[in-house]
Write a protein that binds this ligand. Structure first.
Ligand SMILES: O=C(O)CCC(=O)C(=O)O
Ligand SMILES: [Fe+2]
Length: 334
């Protein structure tokens, strides 16, 4: 087997949003501490009951159970919506993730070609949008604390992530990783989700108990860096918890104070401990309004707009992918 993974047993903090209004300062202190260290934390008492999360997972299962030919009628586009299958190549692996995913946004215009017809999957659109609004309510509480922690007005991030604005870029991504046969050897080049950092402000990740695989690798000093350490920590799914992580946008917006951490969904290798079944997860990516202006309190980086930030992230990702391909070719020749 190629490089053995090295693990460290750090635990990610668990933060309760109970009595948010009266405990906002205490919650802010906990969130800031988590954001400054590993950039990952679990949120509990967030107001979304487990049956509501479970019901949206059932919607995801309904969607992915449709024939590929049907899902292919709403393909993934540059607008960052739609369905892809085994098509996302990460610079860290140079291989497509072995998964399918479907992304939804709020805007009726951006989603015009990306929703399936109501009769194909009745109730799916309405349920998904309702779930997105619940994830938004949790996100807004976290955004208030993160703004307060950076010395901005409480509503600073909330204002520029207004999901009623036609230019909002926030996304709910449904994910389905394919099951593997525990008896058969898994090819070296098989990855569920290769290591990456998210581009958004803050991600809320919903998982189902038992469907493990998420791992994090802290240790990144500036948001433009692609470097990867090799010390990983497993994040086991717990019923009802939302796993949150800081994305590159907030790392930049905090002048690199809050950490956007590398993570991956590891391919199962050991049938005695790893989960080989199908894994479903849901990621809510808080992405700003295109025209908003982004700059940290210390002005470490020049001002960029919401859409410029995403374009620059795509460009960095593409350059890293090209560099990866060139390196792989050199190895083949040698
Ligand atoms: O499925 C997961 O647990 C992680 C997904 C993820 O990191 C992503 O889509 O950015
Ligand atoms: Fe991610």
């Amino acid at each position: 087997m190629a490089n053995e993974t090295r693990y460290s047993n750090r635990t990610i903090p668990k933060i309760s949003l109970h009595n948010f209004g009266t405990r906002i300062d205490a919650i802010t202190a906990e969130l800031v501490a988590a954001a400054e260290t590993d950039g990952f934390f679990a949120v509990v008492d967030h107001g979304i009951a487990w049956p509501e999360i479970s019901a949206q997972f059932a919607q995801a299962e309904r969607f992915f159970a449709l024939p590929d030919a049907v899902k292919a009628t709403v393909p993934f586009t540059r607008q960052n919506v739609g369905w892809e299958k085994a098509a996302q190549v990460r610079p860290s692996t140079g291989q497509p993730d072995q998964k399918e995913s479907y992304q939804m946004q709020y805007g009726p215009v951006v989603m015009r070609e990306a929703w399936l017809p109501e009769e194909t999957i009745p109730g799916f659109r309405e349920a998904s949008l309702a779930f997105m609004r619940k994830a938004q309510a949790v996100s807004e509480k976290l955004m208030m604390c993160l703004a307060r922690g950076l010395g901005f007005d409480d509503d600073y991030f909330v204002r520029v992530h207004d999901v009623t604005d036609p230019d909002i870029q926030t996304v709910l991504r449904l994910l389905h990783y394919f099951p593997l046969d525990p008896e058969a050897p898994v090819p070296e080049t098989y990855y569920r989700a290769g290591a990456h950092a998210d581009w958004d402000l803050l991600t809320l990740l919903f998982q189902r108990p038992g469907e493990s695989g998420l791992e994090i690798c802290p240790g990144r000093d500036v948001f433009t860096e692609f470097g990867l350490g090799d010390m990983w920590t497993k994040v086991e799914p717990v019923e009802g918890e939302i796993i949150c992580n800081i994305g590159d946008l907030l790392m930049s917006w905090s002048d690199d104070r809050f950490k956007s951490t590398f993570h991956r969904v590891r391919t199962p290798r050991d049938p005695t401990v790893d989960f080989f079944g199908p894994r479903y997860s849901m990621a809510y990516f808080n992405q700003p309004i295109k025209s908003c202006q982004i700059q940290g309190p210390l002005k470490k980086y020049p001002v960029v707009s919401g859409s410029e930030f995403i374009q620059a992230a795509i460009k960095r990702n593409y350059a890293a992918l090209e560099a990866r391909k060139a390196r792989d070719q050199k190895l083949e020749i040698a």
